[in-house]
Write a protein that binds this ligand. Structure first.
Ligand code: DP6
Length: 333
């Protein structure tokens, strides 16, 4: 099975021509509490394990799509045209290849991202999810959520989780074509839950998540323990979300993130997304916690930290971390 086979299975045959002048989509960024790290199929981005995330509500990507006036795709990110040689533009064109009405049709993509790109803040997730939503609108596919999630996954695995607000679970699935590997919104609200974004560096990382997870999976002797670790995290997260238990949610997410980073440190060659400042902030979080404050973190494939806590301690978080940006994921959702 290749990506085109999946597209042919999902998209109605009479919906292959644009139905409007422009299509639009918005998708929130998401932060995994149980991480996706490792694939059972690289072409289709099928994961080894389930994963579970929380969306960042109004931090995300808005995308518009129309026909390009040129004989190439145009990608405009935050008002600047991206060079077609960059990895970013190539990944977008590669996905768009699946949806061209004919080989001489090119797209113009205009996208606004209000989160720092490539700093481990899951911008590719909201980017590919917003692109699929914009395509769905442009071609009027009228696809259901499951199909949209599968298509978003073809762009980037974590994009399968970026179609909803709140908690989202991505089922790894077992089938070879991945038709059972899609995400779903969980039916739980937690209005007092907060995420704090601690930006340590906005610089582009030099190892993509894609490369990193592949290296961990291929070379880390710790990787064999990873699926069991995720299964345990998932169980704890489900209980924590149902009972609104921040200690359980925070400790499960933090341990999961550290276990993922342990597979990186033990890869060959080893790699590490942490900067000196990342570690000093982690030690600060642990110290604050030792003083009885329920503050936790998670970290993706980048140096930045995302704090996990509830509104009761927002004032403490603000005074301890001056530049933190606090997000209420259930605000108005
Ligand atoms: C650490 O979704 O970027 O953020 O499927 O290869 O595009 P590809 O990988 P990607 O990996 C995300 C890794 C992570 C964990 C997560 O979001 O679950």
């Amino acid at each position: 099975m290749n990506q085109m086979d999946i597209v042919n299975l999902l998209i109605p045959h009479d919906r292959k021509m644009p139905a409007k002048m422009e299509g639009h989509g918005y998708a929130p960024s998401n932060i995994a509490l149980a991480k996706y790290w490792g694939k059972r199929n690289k072409t289709l981005n099928l994961p080894i394990t389930d994963s579970l995330s929380i969306s960042l509500f109004d931090k995300g990507t808005s995308t518009s799509i129309e026909a390009s006036p040129y004989t190439h795709d145009m990608v405009i990110l935050n008002d600047r045209e991206i060079d077609s040689d960059t990895l970013f533009a190539q990944r977008i064109s590669h996905l768009l290849n699946l949806f061209r009405p004919d080989p001489s049709f090119y797209f113009k993509i205009t996208t606004i991202n209000n989160i720092p790109s490539a700093a481990g803040l899951a911008s590719s997730a909201s980017g590919f999810a917003a692109l699929i939503l914009a395509l769905n609108d442009f071609f009027q596919w009228e696809l259901d959520d499951k199909s949209l999630s599968i298509l978003a996954r073809l762009g980037s695995g974590s994009a399968s989780r970026s179609l909803w607000h709140g908690f989202v679970e991505w089922h790894a699935g077992v089938s070879e074509d991945g038709m059972d590997s899609y995400a779903e919104k969980l039916p739980y609200q937690w209005p007092s839950l907060r995420l704090g974004i601690l930006i340590i560096s906005n610089r582009e990382k030099n190892i993509t998540s894609r490369e990193g997870m592949n290296r961990s999976q291929q070379t880390s002797p710790f990787y064999s323990a990873w699926p069991t670790q995720v299964a345990q995290t998932m169980e704890k997260l489900h209980t924590a979300i149902k009972t609104k238990d921040i200690e359980l949610l925070g400790s499960a997410a933090e341990q999961n993130a550290l276990a993922m980073h342990a597979t990186m440190l033990t890869s060959s060659p080893a790699f590490c997304y942490w900067q000196t400042e990342t570690l000093s902030q982690i030690q600060k979080i642990w110290q604050i916690r030792n003083e009885g404050v329920p503050l936790y973190f998670t970290e993706d494939a980048g140096p930045n930290l995302k704090l996990l806590f509830t509104d009761e301690i927002s004032d403490i978080v603000r005074s301890e971390f001056r530049d933190v940006e606090i997000i209420a994921p259930f605000h108005l959702s």
